[in-house]
Design a protein around this ligand. Structure first.
Ligand code: C2O
Ligand code: CU
Length: 497
């Protein structure tokens, strides 16, 4: 218990020890936040929607006056917000114009594993990858990012990430602010570490060597970027604004709230709307977690979205990740003097996914996270760790080691949190999720709704979304097969081209 807090303080102090701490803290909100362009693809008129994406190198002025070499999708840094509807048949034409092999993964998407963009779907420099799938899940805020084996932290750090918004008929009628870039705002929250020459610090993002025996979490950057904007503000023109919050950091846990402690309303988690909106003053997001919130503003006022010290472990509510001051500004909301009136947030939201129903005696699988292993093993591209029955609901118990902080993600499906560190999940954990923070020394119990797609040779991933942990091997693979045929399914992937 108490010792682990101490260990963290030491770890993070050491990680920060030789770093400048220039930018984290209070900002002046000098720059209008960039809104990623919306890309709705080209529709073929009969349900097909085609996106053309190119991963490319570029240069960006992220820090004022400095040119930073960056990677982006259809641009120099980050990528457009993709938007599709339930029922669409999506096809993507993805070109890798980078000097390295990468992949493009649709985080949170329910789709056949072969189209998932995980580490098996490598795209070499100059090559094109063309996945196609049907959108079969409820409205939600997903995202996309590369997933090359051992290189995810590096490629994401350079700038490859974007949002992927899904809509459906029910959510259209949910009564939430929904005009993209007007009262429905994507906010990709990331910390980055910059070198003096303006380049993004990449030396330690994927590897442990430099910090052997010290911190095992990865670089906690000293600079906050929101949609790639440094020191940002958001102009608000309506009485209610919906923020799609996404933690796109490699390792940092944000605990978000407003400086004036105002209430806001949680309306969605990673994989869909919540049935009953929840009033909150704080929402904690570990890497890859998302939440949608609606915030009310008064004409002419300003308020600041800030990250407060996160609760990294139950029983350690005030423990700070870095052992020091871990409170810093993210973005200022600046309301116009005249605001357009928004309709109130309904008490119940149409379009929220139904709770996952557990069968009477569900199969239970256990995953123990420790060091950078799962169940004592590191990721092996040729090993299938779990063979699961299609369409069934299972309980997955994910237990964290006492001295590690982890963010557990499962590809291709939604889960509900049944139990969090021995307790019923807090209101902000109730809903359709695809990523969950695992507190040190504690367990989260999940009701996992397995995909309907079967493929005994193409696996989905489960892994820690602390990207350094993932790159170091804290990942495993599961295939989904016809129920009853688990025993016959291969446990090895011989050729995975
Ligand atoms: Cu966000 Cu396996 O990824
Ligand atoms: Cu981890």
């Amino acid at each position: 218990g108490v010792l682990l807090g101490g260990a963290y303080a030491v770890n993070f102090a050491s990680v920060y020890g030789d770093r400048k701490m220039t930018n984290l803290g209070t900002l002046s909100f000098a720059n209008k936040v960039r809104i990623p362009p919306l890309l709705e693809g080209t529709s073929d008129g009969s349900g097909g929607r085609r996106f053309t994406l190119t991963a490319q190198e570029g240069a960006s002025e992220l820090i004022p006056g400095k040119q930073t070499p960056t990677w982006g999708v259809n641009g120099a840094f980050l990528g457009p917000t993709l938007r599709a509807r339930r029922g669409d048949r999506v096809s993507v034409h993805f070109t890798n114009k980078l000097p390295e092999t990468t992949t493009m993964h649709w985080h949170g998407m329910h789709l056949p594993a072969v189209n998932d963009g995980g580490p098996h779907q490598s795209v070499v420099p100059g090559a094109v990858w063309r996945p196609e799938w049907e959108i079969v899940q409820p409205a939600s805020t997903l995202w996309y990012h590369p997933h090359p084996h051992g290189q995810t932290a590096d490629h994401v750090s350079r700038g490859l990430a974007g949002m992927f918004i899904l809509d459906d008929d029910a959510s259209d009628g949910a009564g939430l602010p929904g005009r993209y870039g007007v009262d429905d705002i994507p906010l990709i929250l990331q910390d980055r570490e910059f070198n003096d020459d303006g380049s993004i610090e990449l030396r330690n993002v994927s590897t442990l060597e430099s910090f052997a025996g010290v911190g095992n979490i990865g670089v906690l950057g000293d600079t906050i970027l929101v949609n790639g904007t440094y020191d940002p503000y958001l102009r608000v023109t309506t009485t209610l604004v919906r923020l799609r919050l996404m933690n796109g950091s490699n390792a940092r846990v944000f605990n978000l709230g407003f400086t004036d402690n105002r209430e806001f309303t949680l309306v969605a988690l990673e994989n869909g709307l919540v049935a009953k909106p929840v009033p909150l003053r704080r929402i904690q997001l570990a890497p890859a977690e998302r939440a949608e919130v609606v915030v009310a503003v008064e004409p002419g006022e300003r308020t600041v979205l800030r990250s407060f010290p996160p609760d990294i472990g139950v029983g350690f509510p005030t423990k700070r990740l870095d052992g020091g001051e871990d409170t810093f500004d993210m973005i200022e909301l600046r309301a116009d003097k005249r605001l357009t009136e928004s309709p109130p947030v309904p008490d119940r939201l149409r379009g929220a996914p139904a709770p996952i129903e557990l069968p009477d005696s569900p199969r239970v699988r256990r995953f123990r996270l420790s060091g950078t292993n799962i169940n004592g093993k590191k990721m092996d591209m040729e090993r299938i760790d779990e063979v699961c029955p299609a369409g069934r609901v299972e309980v997955w118990e994910v237990e964290g080691n006492a001295d590690g902080v982890h963010s557990f993600h499962i590809h291709g499906l939604s889960f509900n949190v049944l139990q969090y560190a021995g307790n019923k999940p807090a209101a902000h954990l109730v809903g359709a999720k695809d990523t969950v923070y695992v507190p040190p020394g504690d367990m989260v119990r999940l009701a996992v709704a397995l995909p309907d797609y079967t493929d005994e040779k193409k696996p989905y991933m489960f892994h820690c979304h602390q990207l350094r942990h993932e790159d170091q091997g804290m990942m495993g693979q599961f295939t989904v097969v016809k129920p009853g045929s688990e025993g016959d399914a291969p446990r090895q992937i011989i050729a995975y081209a």
